[in-house]
Design a protein around this ligand. Structure first.
Ligand code: GLT
Ligand code: MN
Ligand code: MN
Length: 411
């Protein structure tokens, strides 16, 4: 028996009532969650994939965020302004219309980002050999900053995309990185003036790394590389520049996202965070947060809670191609938001769990009175305490599945 299109929609509606997100919009609005224009508008296209969903515009996305309780919206310049209209009177009209839509639907713009990877002008990257390309890149960066201030954004994100190469020897890596730094320096200098003009603080400029794609080799492939670059001496305003790690991008190179985030926290540079999920050493599949690695996500959020992370959680995931246009708003985004909120609250339970706190405290204290002891004596005195490592892992799994609150299973 085949289901008609209307029957299929009814079925999806019925099932998404059970698993498509349950929290009221007012609850969702308490969290600093942002939804990107490009994520909602993604039509399913890729190198081997034709688009499967119809286009949506910023009015539709901002309205959906308002209804769902996704408090913030963010965008690339060209997600909303066609390239030929950038820096033209048409841009002003579009930006004004975005401002009206945000006000009407009670959504705020958190972040703007400059697309420096899609249009043919960027074939040789945003820091290309050609001075004309680089001068154009600077105009685009400055323009994006102006749009950000006009819309009330606090962050600018830079994913350098094609900053890398297909063939060695075409360019000198040190020179490309100097060019890239010059672009950021121009952006920061412009921001200082733009912020004064708008009587606002400067934006927080956040670098986002991705280890593979769209070049064969990437010059700044990890968040650690970005942190090194910020402190390389090439930036004129390193204090204005931080990082926007993406969970999956750290996993893609085989790293531990929680450890990468810890290093950014220590550097005082964890300002913005792209939340999603996926698999190690694979493509940038941008699956919704927690669908692949829920335990790891619980631990990531425990770390961020413990360090008082205050920045946005940006839903940089792509609803899969198999999800219909209606499904994107009906359950894909609400379910992702609610899973994030659930994991965040569970992270609070991990942090305050009495059993875990007993174990952590005992481990931190360690065996006492061993100031003058030798290696064997120290090892022997701590031998039983080491057992707590595994116990902690068992307990955290219990929190993940609700057993710490006496959830039981049919046996
Ligand atoms: C692109 C990339 C994302 C970045 C976006 C911001 S563009 O989709 O894969 O991870 O966050 O430029
Ligand atoms: Mn991202
Ligand atoms: Mn990604």
């Amino acid at each position: 028996m085949s289901l008609s299109s209307a029957q299929q929609s009814n079925l999806v509606e019925r099932l998404s009532a059970a698993c498509g997100g349950q929290y009221p919009a007012e609850v969702r609005r308490r969290y600093y969650i942002s939804g990107p224009q490009w994520a909602a508008a993604y039509e399913g296209q890729a190198l081997f994939h034709a688009p499967v969903r119809t286009p949506v515009n910023f009015e539709q996305v901002i309205r959906a965020w308002g209804e769902l309780g996704i408090s913030h919206w963010c965008t690339h310049d060209t997600d909303v302004i066609p390239t030929p209209d950038l820096m033209s009177p048409r841009q002003e009209e579009i930006v004004a219309a975005i401002g009206r839509a945000l006000r009407e639907h009670g959504v705020r713009c958190s972040m703007v980002t400059c697309e420096t990877f899609f249009h043919p002008v960027w074939v040789a990257g945003p820091a290309a050999e050609s001075p004309a390309v680089r001068a154009y890149a600077v105009r685009r960066l400055c323009n994006t900053i102006d749009i950000g201030h006009t819309l009330g954004a606090s962050f600018a994100v830079y994913w350098p995309g094609t900053l890398g190469y297909m063939f060695q020897g075409v360019s000198d890596e040190t020179e490309v990185l100097r060019h890239y730094a010059a672009g950021l320096n121009a952006a920061c200098a412009h921001d200082i003036k733009a912020a004064a003009r708008h009587k606002r603080p400067t934006l927080k400029h956040c670098l986002e790394a991705k280890p593979f794609e769209p070049q064969a080799e990437i010059l700044l492939p990890t968040t650690d590389a970005m942190l090194g670059f910020i402190n390389s001496g090439l930036l004129e305003h390193p204090e204005m520049v931080g990082v926007n790690p993406e969970y999956l991008h750290e996993l893609m190179w085989g790293g531990a996202p929680r450890a990468a985030l810890a290093r950014a926290i220590l550097a005082g540079k964890l300002w913005h965070f792209d939340i999603n999920d996926g698999y190690r050493l694979k493509h940038d599949v941008d699956i919704a947060v927690g669908l692949v690695n829920p335990l790891d996500w619980l631990m990531v959020l425990t770390l961020l809670r413990g360090h008082g992370y205050q920045g946005p959680f940006n839903l940089d995931y792509k609803p899969p191609r198999t999800t219909s246009r209606a499904g994107v708003f009906q359950f894909s985004f609400p379910a992702a938001v609610d899973r994030f909120i659930t994991l965040w609250e569970m992270a609070g339970e991990v942090a305050s769990d009495p059993i875990l706190n007993d174990a952590w405290k005992a481990l931190r204290q360690g065996a006492q009175g061993l100031e003058k002891a030798d290696a064997d004596a120290i090892a022997a005195a701590n031998a039983e305490l080491g057992t707590l490592h595994e116990l902690i892992a068992h307990r955290i799994f219990q929190v993940l599945i609700g057993q710490h609150k006496n959830r039981v299973y049919a046996l």
